[in-house]
Every structure is written in structure tokens, then in C-alpha cells.
Design a protein around this ligand. Structure first.
Ligand code: HEM
Length: 426
């Protein structure tokens, strides 16, 4: 691999940040080199930079981290739009710079060698500094490419994966376009909220002049698990969530339900996945006035243990044929668990990785709260099938889908390469 193909070193990154922030240059201005005043720091940092590039393998080196990684406690998710008049080169350089900075931050390093305090006192620092002294906190940064990235702006129309379109309208949608879609997305998860926020803040800053945040979402309290070691957490309805999720060690299920295979195309997406985000408002006050037995019926599991209403414990398979003495199905036909279950969806499973959110309160004094639902699946169709099946979900009375997005999630970049190298063919 030639030197030019490498992810840029600290010089390139520093220049972009400094020019963009100090001068307020647009995309054209970013390409013009200017004295950055970081030369001393760069010389010092070079050896370290190389080590970082050598170690630049996210997750297992095949798939991006942040999918099967044990679910962390906090989320900062952001969707971005490329700015007007940006070019394919701007997109390529942005993805290089993002990969470089993300790789460093996932190792607990600052975004560049000079970081928050090692650069010129006359220039804004490369790193914003709020994560100084904090550990990596299991930070994962996962990148996705939205349907709109494959329009005619960047010459990527022939690379569009099949089915990568805006999700169709679903019953009960009340979507806010300003909380939906986006050319690109970044999912940052960490055990420390400050580390997740630092990641999105710095990646947004690096994007200056090329892409800007379209919308973003903070999340706390994971609502799923991806390993059997993790206890099943509870969502804001107070129910265990993630019991039947796909786990990281179930490689057969991951291959069948989550990873895009080489034969499905396009080639750059093999080993990747599709990410769906749904901002789902939960009508918490209404739910809280609902009888416990009714809450159980709506979910199809009991609140105490998360056991299916057909009996057994949390991990007993639900028996949808089981009836009570009066001959009534023990697991209601409109319960969430029954309608979402693979038995009624052609065997489809999805990997859920959502978070709770509370964004203050409404004018009526109710909590503006819900579930920021995130799931990874092998094709958009698979998600659409499951959500359509939930059209008659008894839980629907307590939910309102207010934001939505779909992105193709490329596989992990090869060491030293950009997350965009595959799709951009360079
Ligand atoms: C605020 C909205 C939602 C809440 C509160 C919620 C809650 C739950 C709960 C408590 C369970 C049972 C425990 C478990 O296996 O995880 C569950 C299961 C499940 N949910 Fe949701 N869910 C929501 C939205 C969705 C959406 C939008 C989808 C997909 C379109 C979905 C798909 C599933 C699936 C596939 C299962 C597992 C079914 C099984 O195999 O048993 N959920 N959900």
C-alpha cells in the first residue's frame, strides 16, 4: 500500500481543523494548505501515529465495532448531511479524517498527536479536551451511509445497495423530518457519557466545511444485551428488554440475520449490515396508569422476570399455542412479543441495540421520553417485515414513532485505510 493511501497523519488532520475553525473556510478553503503551527507536536507524535495506524483495526477486523460489542451504557448518535457544493474528494477526505480520529479515540487517545494542549497557543486545539484523563470507556464508533449519499452528488449511484431507500411509512408514524434520515450517521457508544459526547463533538468539528449535524440523540441505559454475560436491562416501561436478542457468540445467527453476504452486493458492503434508527416516544404517563396485568398482556411477558406468559423463566421459549382454562391464548395474539417473534415473520431476527432517552418534558408537563430504537439486520426488507407485523401491536397505543433513519454500515476498514475506501473505490 502506498503512503498516499494511508489515513492522514496528524499534519493533515490538524491543518483541516485549524483552517476550518480559525478562518471559517468552506470546502474549497479546506484544500488549501496553511501554516498550522503544530510542527513541533507533529515531529514528536509521528512514531505514535504510525503505531496507531498499525493498530487501526476496529472490532474483530471484519465487522465494525459497536454492533456485537457488549452493549455499553451510553449513546450519542448523530446523523449528518454533506454540505452544499461539496465534492467526492471532500467526502473521501472527511471519511479519512473521521476514520483516523475515531481509531484514536476508540483507543482512549485524543483526536491528534497534539490534542487539546500540545499545539500552538495561538490556534484552537485539535481536541476539545473534555475526555482528557478519562479511559477509553469501551468507546465504539460505528459509521453508516444513508440512501441520500447515493444520489447524483458524489458519483455513487452505481454503488447503492439494493433496498437502501428511505424506510416506507408505517402505521402510527408521526415522523419529524428534522429528526429523520441523513447522508451519514455515527453511533458512538461508551460506558461514560462524556466519552461518547466527546467523540461526536470532535467528529462534528472535524467535519466542519464538509458535513454538518442534521440531528442527534443522546441515550442512557441500554435496552438490550449482546452477550450472555450481560444481565437483561429494562426499558422505560419497566420491562426486561433484549431477552431474545441475537448474541455476539451466535455466529450462525449473525451470519443468517445481521451480516450482508458477499453474494448480496455491492462488494463494498460484504461483512457489513444495515442500521435502522427509530426515535419512539413512549406515552409514559398513560402506561403508568395501566394495570400490571394489562402491561403484561401488551408485552406478552411478565414484568417481574421477563418470562413469557405461557410459563417458565425468562429464557423459556414462548409457547404461543398455550391456552388458559377458558381456552384463551396465554400470550395474547396482539402482544408485542408474539407479533415480533420470528415464528410469525418468516424466521426473521434482528439485532437490537437501542437506548432509553429523556429529553426534558412536554408543554403538558409530561416526560419527553422513549426508546431510541437501533437495530442491525442483513437487509432493509427484514426490518420492514417485522415493523409491518407490529401494525396491530397492542403496545402501539402507548408509542409514537417520531424519527427514523436507515443506513448501510460498511465492514471494518483494513488497517490504515479509510471507512470510505470500499464504497469510494480507492
Ligand atoms: C418503544 C418501543 C418498544 C418497546 C418498549 C419494546 C419492548 C420489547 C420488549 C419488552 C420485548 C421482550 C423482551 C425481549 O425479547 O427483548 C421486546 C421484544 C422484541 N421486540 Fe420490541 N420494543 C419496542 C419496539 C420494537 C420495534 C420498533 C421492533 C421492530 C420493528 C421491535 C422488535 C422486537 C423483537 C424482534 C423482539 C423479540 C421477539 C422475540 O423473538 O421474542 N421492538 N420488545
Amino acid at each position: 500500500m502506498g503512503e498516499n493511501e494511508q489515513i492522514p497523519d496528524a499534519t493533515g488532520l490538524s491543518r483541516r481543523g485549524l483552517i476550518g475553525l480559525a478562518v471559517g473556510a468552506g470546502a474549497a478553503g479546506l484544500a488549501i494548505g496553511a501554516g498550522s503551527g503544530v510542527a513541533g507536536g507533529v515531529a514528536l507524535g509521528r512514531a505514535r501515529e504510525r503505531q496507531v495506524q498499525d493498530a487501526a483495526v476496529s472490532g474483530d477486523g471484519i465487522h465494525q465495532s459497536g454492533i456485537t460489542t457488549p452493549v455499553q451504557d451510553h449513546l450519542h448518535f448523530a446523523a449528518y448531511d454533506m454540505m452544499a457544493r461539496t465534492t467526492r474528494d471532500d467526502l473521501a477526505s472527511l471519511l479519512q479524517d473521521w476514520t483516523y480520529a475515531a481509531t484514536r479515540m476508540m483507543q482512549g487517545l485524543e483526536v491528534s498527536a497534539t490534542g487539546a494542549v500540545g499545539g500552538s497557543p495561538e490556534a484552537p486545539p485539535d481536541d476539545t479536551g473534555e475526555a482528557l484523563g478519562l479511559p477509553a470507556s469501551n468507546l465504539t464508533i460505528t459509521f453508516g451511509f444513508g440512501p441520500s449519499l447515493f444520489d447524483d452528488r458524489f458519483g455513487l449511484a452505481d454503488q447503492r445497495p439494493p433496498g437502501l431507500e428511505r424506510l416506507p411509512a408505517f402505521l402510527g408514524d408521526d415522523l419529524d423530518p428534522e429528526r429523520s434520515d441523513g447522508d451519514l450517521c455515527i453511533q458512538a457508544c461508551a460506558d461514560d457519557p462524556q466519552v461518547a459526547v466527546h467523540a461526536i463533538r470532535n467528529l462534528s468539528r472535524i467535519a466542519f466545511g464538509r458535513a454538518r449535524i442534521r440531528w442527534s440523540q443522546l441515550g442512557f441505559g441500554r435496552t438490550s444485551k449482546t452477550t450472555s454475560d450481560q444481565a437483561t436491562p429494562r426499558n422505560l416501561f419497566g420491562f426486561k428488554d433484549g431477552t431474545a436478542n441475537i448474541l455476539a457468540d451466535d455466529t450462525a445467527a449473525l451470519d443468517e440475520h445481521v451480516w450482508v453476504s458477499a453474494s448480496e452486493g455491492p462488494a463494498w458492503l460484504a461483512g457489513g449490515s444495515y442500521l435502522v434508527a427509530r426515535r419512539i416516544a413512549m406515552l409514559i404517563e398513560t402506561w403508568d396508569r395501566t394495570r400490571l396485568a394489562e402491561q403484561d398482556r401488551v408485552v406478552g411477558r411478565d414484568k417481574a422476570q421477563g418470562a413469557p406468559l405461557s410459563g417458565g423463566d425468562e429464557f423459556t421459549a414462548p409457547d404461543f399455542a398455550a391456552t388458559d382454562a377458558a381456552g384463551k391464548a396465554r400470550i395474547d395474539e396482539r402482544s408485542h412479543v408474539r407479533l415480533a417473534h420470528p415464528d410469525f415473520n418468516g424466521g426473521i431476527r434482528i439485532l437490537r441495540r437501542g437506548y432509553n432517552f429523556v429529553d426534558g418534558n412536554t408543554d403538558l408537563g409530561r416526560l419527553n421520553a422513549g426508546l431510541f430504537f437501533l437495530s442491525f439486520q442483513r437487509s432493509p426488507d427484514r426490518y420492514i417485515t417485522v415493523q409491518r407485523a407490529l401494525a396491530t401491536d397492542a403496545m402501539g397505543e402507548y408509542l409514537k414513532h417520531v424519527g427514523s433513519g436507515l443506513w448501510a454500515v460498511p465492514p471494518a476498514p483494513a488497517p490504515g485505510r479509510s471507512i470510505g475506501a470500499g464504497v469510494l473505490g480507492d
